[in-house]
Ligand binder design. Structure first.
Ligand code: 13P
Length: 251
């Protein structure tokens, strides 16, 4: 089964509501002629409802940038998967490196969030990625394996088929330093192999694995040419309509 490419924009903690509406309008225009690929945007929570209104009845998908695992409750500062769905999100980013490294989210917490997202009908984008220190110590692949295995703990094959993985090496995020196509391909093939061992090869071959970390108009085509790179999770370059337009139109 061919994996449908997915280009995702993570807007992080950027944009006022009017700015978000303007950018979403431009993204909708960019996607008018792209039937062979999916495009997702993850606005900050405050702009979700307004952006969902802009993309209504268009192919552009909306995601939250994180989600709690319960439907409701005493979880100050959190947003539930049901609340995300209510405002029009169909996807959610889980375990982003900024959540892990700035806010201390563990693989166990990431797993809880991921299972909550699946339970309440959101497609999770599970982010994994090694730090520079991990890579220099030769531990990149074991760290990735642990993040994938623990992130997907107690997720059965049927649910796992709905998950998207994003490989985002921490040393490449916001640094302008992109993994080379070969480095990314090596990690993606490794992750797919882990998925084949946890589940089975057929399922592993169907799960999309995105690359994230300084994706730009200049490097998107060579990244997408790699056989195991099924899309991109774009930060900075997703905040400008021209650069995101070029990225979604990768060759
Ligand atoms: P940059 O594209 O700004 O490096 O961010 C990548 C990222 O973290 C996307 O989730």
């Amino acid at each position: 089964m061919a994996r449908r490419p997915l280009i995702a924009g993570n807007w992080k903690m950027h944009l006022t509501v009017p700015e978000a509406e303007r950018l979403a309008t431009a993204v909708v225009a960019s996607c008018a002629d792209l039937p062979d690929r999916e495009v997702m945007i993850a606005p900050p929570f405050t702009a979700l409802a307004a952006v969902a209104e802009v993309v209504r009845n268009t192919p552009v998908l909306i995601a939250g940038q994180n989600a709690a695992w319960e439907k409701q409750g005493a979880f100050t500062g959190e947003i539930s998967p049901v609340m995300l769905r209510e405002v029009g999100a169909s996807m959610v980013i889980i375990g982003h490196s900024e959540r892990r490294h700035i806010f201390g989210e563990s693989n166990q917490m990431v797993n809880r969030r991921l299972r909550g997202a699946l339970q309440f009908g959101l497609i999770p984008v599970l982010c994994v990625g090694e730090t520079l220190a991990d890579r220099e110590e030769g531990k990149a692949m074991p760290i990735l394996e642990q993040q994938v295995r623990e992130g997907l703990a107690e997720v059965d094959a049927e649910a796992a088929a709905r998950v998207v993985i994003a490989y985002e090496p921490v040393w490449a995020i916001g640094t302008g330093r992109t993994a080379t196509g070969a480095q990314a391909q090596e990690a993606h093939a490794f992750i797919r192999n882990v998925l084949a061992r946890v589940y089975e090869k057929k399922l592993a071959d169907e799960i999309r694995i995105l690359y994230g970390g300084s994706v730009k108009p200049e490097n998107i085509d060579s990244l997408m040419a790699e056989p195991d790179i099924d899309g991109a999770l774009v930060g900075g370059a997703a905040l400008q309509s021209e650069s995101f337009d070029r990225i979604v139109h990768f060759l």
